[in-house]
Design a binder for this molecule. Structure first.
Ligand code: PMP
Length: 455
């Protein structure tokens, strides 16, 4: 290790910095990725990495899955897209039919499409506000929902000052997300999930009372992703469903990161036995191509007048073809079961390592939704961002791609493809072990921290 990074793909980096604004990125390693196949990616200099980031939970079926590639090739050769704003097209119709099948609830459902998690959240909030004739949106501190204007207004993980400067929206209420490990109430949520649920529900009830008759939607990630992979206590989602039903508030289940099989079910909310009104999906949905979906109650989605969910490329034929193939791969290769199995083993592996590495503070996992919190003091639960970055840096040097996330930037994010082979899974664990050893024994110099921005 040296504290001057060898700028892999250096020339690309210099050119990017000249022509792209810094706001497009939170940069980690000085590297440009050029190629991907299955669970592997290669940088522009030909170095190989096992992908435990998957482009931020996009490649649930791996890179270049033959079924996805073939579907894209076939569609692109026939027609890239012709806007569905004016004419009909079978591709988004088929995808809507498939998505409606995978989502919970037996009521009449529809699906609307766009391109990113951000615009999916925007559309869902627009529909909820239109349907209820109300304005307020209840959402959660430490959440990430996107960077378009409405989705940014509900993204608490971004600093309040800049958020209010660029998209002041007074119609959002931020509530504390019940984090069992660390919360402002000082409750041990693992020991007493009921008490943690009660504390959080008290805030929800207070907000509903304060804005009685004006709450349009409740927007929630069933596990906070970029916030550091936080799973709320078991009864919480069910309690939220009860109060939203009582108050006529639209329950929006934000599954941009948690959906498409990653949690070990199609949708993470299925673990809670809750049926939301709307589900927002993106990221893994397109198997690498940009597409988002809002799936749920037909009466809510139909309330928006035409053309309020129309974009020129809504339901883009090539993205829809890729998404349909991705759904088939998840179903046919039983990837929810694989996510369960690999996730459980990965969490067990970390539990065993916790005896040797005192900086492992908390291990959170459901399927292959996983975060490992790195702390400098286990008792005090003090976040250790520097150590987390050093581990990810050491992993990178050893050919394993993983980064950090979370409010304090100290949580290791573990998100391999759901169909990673046994061989690469074991190889990744081997590399991870080396990275933990390197970081804990001081072999990774402090100097690298000046090159890593991190969350
Ligand atoms: N919601 C969640 C939970 C996310 O993790 C993200 C992306 N990190 C988004 C929304 C925004 O998605 P996109 O970047 O595709 O707009």
């Amino acid at each position: 290790y040296t504290d001057k990074p060898i700028a892999r793909s250096g020339e690309i980096i210099e050119r990017e910095e000249r022509v792209l604004p810094k706001a497009v990125a939170i940069k980690y390693f000085p590297m440009a990725i050029e190629r991907g196949r299955g669970s592997l990616v290669w940088d522009a200099d030909g170095n190989r990495y096992i992908d435990f980031l998957t482009s931020a939970a996009v490649y649930n079926v791996g890179h270049g899955h033959p079924a996805v590639v073939e579907a894209v090739r076939e569609q692109v050769g026939k027609l890239q897209n012709y806007t569905i704003v004016y004419f009909y097209n079978d591709r988004p119709v088929r995808l809507a039919e498939r998505l409606i099948e995978t989502t919970p609830g037996t009521f009449a459902k529809k699906a609307a499409f766009a391109f990113s998690g951000s615009d999916g959240v925007d559309g869902a909030i627009r529909a909820a506000r239109s349907f209820t004739g109300r304005r307020q949106v209840l959402c959660f501190k430490n959440a990430y929902h996107g960077m378009t204007t409405i989705s940014l207004s509900v993204t608490a993980i971004v600093g309040r000052e800049i958020r209010e400067r660029v998209c002041p929206d007074r119609n959002v209420v931020f509530l504390e997300y019940p984090d069992p490990y660390r919360n402002s109430w000082g409750i041990d949520g693992y020991g007493d999930p009921e008490a943690l649920t009660e504390a959080a529900m008290k805030e929800v009830e207070e907000a509903l009372a304060r804005h009685r008759g004006d709450v349009a939607a409740l927007l929630i990630e069933p596990a906070q992703g970029d916030g550091g992979m936080i799973f709320p206590p078991r009864p919480f989602m069910r309690r939220l469903r009860e109060v939203t039903e009582r108050e006529g508030v639209v329950f929006i289940d934000e599954e941009v990161q948690t959906g498409m099989g990653r949690s070990g079910r199609w949708w993470a909310i299925e673990h809670d036995d809750v049926v939301p009104d709307l589900i927002v999906s993106a990221k893994a949905l397109g198997g690498g191509l940009p597409i988002s979906a809002i799936v749920g109650r037909a009466d809510i989605l139909d309330d928006l007048p035409s053309p309020l969910l129309a974009y020129t490329h809504t339901g883009h034929a090539v993205s829809c073809a890729a998404a349909e193939a991705t759904l088939s791969v998840i179903r046919d290769e039983k990837l929810t079961e694989k996510a369960e199995e690999k996730g459980r083993r990965l969490a067990d592996w970390f539990r065993r390592r916790a005896e040797r590495f005192p900086f492992i503070g908390d291990i959170r996992q459901r399927g292959l939704l996983m975060g490992v919190e790195i702390v400098s003091d286990r008792e005090k639960k003090s976040p250790d961002k520097a150590m987390a970055l050093k581990i990810s840096w050491a992993a990178w040097e050893r050919g394993l791609l993983l980064i950090t996330f979370g409010r304090d930037g100290n949580v290791l994010r573990l998100a391999p493809p759901l169909n990673i082979s046994e061989e690469l899974f074991l190889e990744a664990l081997d590399r991870l072990e080396g990275a933990l050893d390197d970081a804990s024994s001081g072999r990774v110099p402090d100097g690298i921290l000046t090159h890593l921005q991190g969350w």
